[in-house]
Design a protein. Structure first.
Length: 129
């Protein structure tokens, strides 16, 4: 259990959560394709899509939810096991998903190494984060 506020309710294992689906990779699919960067990574609990969090410049995890209708994500950060439901705006506990459980522990956050701009903090502050 992650100790986050509101965590403790189990996410319904249904079409929203498929514990057998492997993640799409170890980085944000769209950021990797475009040469972008992210703050933290999120994993779609239905299809395994890896997207960047809403603090990231491109917010691909929530864009995936809006496009696909898959509302439940799990953190893809080392040491984090919480689930989030975009439809209910709430944290949940959920089943263990197919490995790997997170991005590689030696990869930086923000990441990926080599693509994070030197002024990344200023860029996020300019956006209001």
């Amino acid at each position: 259990m992650s100790g986050l506020p509101g965590v403790g309710r189990l996410a319904v294992v249904s079409a929203a959560v498929d514990p057998t689906v492997a993640p799409s990779g170890t980085g944000c699919v769209e950021c990797d394709a475009a040469g972008g960067w992210w703050v933290h990574l999120r994993r779609c609990a239905a299809c395994g899509h890896i997207g960047c969090c809403d603090d990231s410049p491109s917010r691909h995890a929530s864009a995936h939810w809006r496009q696909s209708g898959h509302p439940v994500i799990r953190s893809f950060e080392p040491g984090e096991d919480w689930f989030w439901n975009f439809e209910t705006d709430d944290y949940y506990d959920g089943p263990e998903l197919a490995a790997p459980q997170s991005r590689p522990a030696d990869e930086t956050a923000p990441g990926p190494r080599g693509r994070v701009p030197a002024d990344w903090v200023e860029q996020l502050q300019a956006r209001g984060h």
